[in-house]
Design a protein around this ligand. Structure first.
Ligand code: GRG
Length: 302
């Protein structure tokens, strides 16, 4: 069922997944014409028409490996991307990172107002769980419950929100490499890992060994994404990133670049990429998209 994708170039495959994710998100989000219109408009503004959709791409790539149905992967992708979008809306607010630019547009609290941004983030988070809990999806109920639980853990205080709390408490501190890793495994890594594992869970037939291997890949990729994010924040410009560049140093935030320097941070990223690719090797061609995504995550421009 997923074979037809294999003849596509990576760029074309990526474009196709991005497009279907955009359509699935547009469908799952309430129309802006439905009351409360300003809130629904802000939710759609936060989610649609931007972003690399890395988490949906990972969910689809892992799901293809597990022969999952594309429409199930669309739903998993929506759920994970809605959580991601909520985290960005809240992260940009004055009480957190206080940023004015995201995905090349004014942040939600700037375009609307703070209360609307807070509510939009809240509502995106609950919409993620609503979308995944939909009983008409046709997934086995036990699988669906597992997925909901996994997404909740990845998003909450023992996952992304916990990592964000550590991040906020770390400003101006000198963290050790282990402390920095702990923070990022939670803040950025948990949701990326969930994207891979939920994608795989939507399919069937992966052995315990296969799932362990995929989990190792997901953990490496989650952290790798952040190492590269730190490098890009230090190196790239605001126009390329679509968000304010150089913020980590300006805010005195501990990063892989501040801890290791640019050269060693880049070396670390390449070492982690090699680890990720080696982990996928036993899957052979079935893991091509996951391997291409690992490479994309390291060599992306924004
Ligand atoms: C507010 C609970 C709460 C959590 C926020 C993920 C996060 C925690 C904050 C985002 C801030 C940030 C810059 C994190 C570093 C890595 C990251 C998640 C970058 C943004 O993700 P991309 O690059 O963004 O996938 P796009 O726009 O492409 O979707």
């Amino acid at each position: 069922m997923n074979e037809p994708h294999s003849h596509l170039s990576f760029q074309d495959w990526m474009g196709q997944v991005q497009q279907r994710t955009e359509a699935a998100l547009a469908e799952v989000l309430p129309e802006a014409s439905i009351a409360p219109t300003r809130l629904h408009e802000a939710m759609r503004y936060a989610v649609l028409g931007g972003g690399k959709r890395v988490r949906p791409l990972l969910a689809h790539a892992a799901g293809e490996l597990a022969a999952a149905r594309p429409e199930h992967l669309d739903r998993v992708s929506c759920a994970v991307e809605l959580i991601h979008a909520y985290s960005l809306v809240h992260d940009d607010m004055p009480c957190m990172d206080d940023d004015v630019l995201r995905r090349g547009k004014p942040t939600v609290h700037v375009e609307y107002d703070e209360a609307t941004a807070l509510l939009a983030g809240d509502a995106l988070q609950t919409l993620a769980f609503q979308a995944l809990a939909d009983s008409s999806l046709g997934l086995a109920p036990a699988t669906q419950l597992d997925m909901l639980s996994q997404l909740a853990i990845a998003s909450g205080s023992r996952g992304m929100a916990g990592g964000q709390a550590i991040d906020l408490a770390s400003v101006g501190l000198q963290l050790s490499r282990a402390e920095l890793e702990f923070m990022h495994v939670h803040k950025t890594g948990a949701l990326i890992r969930a994207a891979v594992l939920l994608g795989a869970r939507a399919g069937a037939g992966l052995s315990a060994d296969d799932l362990d291997r995929l989990d190792h890949y997901a953990k490496v990729i989650g952290l790798l994404f952040q190492v590269v994010d730190d490098i890009l924040d230090a190196e790239a410009d605001t126009a390329t990133l679509g968000k304010t560049a150089g913020k980590d140093a300006d805010n005195d935030k501990p990063t892989y670049v501040s801890l290791l320097g640019l050269t060693d941070a880049r070396r670390l990223a390449e070492d982690m990429l090699a680890d990720a690719l080696q982990t996928l090797a036993p899957f052979g061609a079935r893991a091509t998209r996951l391997a291409q995504l690992a490479d994309y995550i390291v060599h992306r421009a924004f």
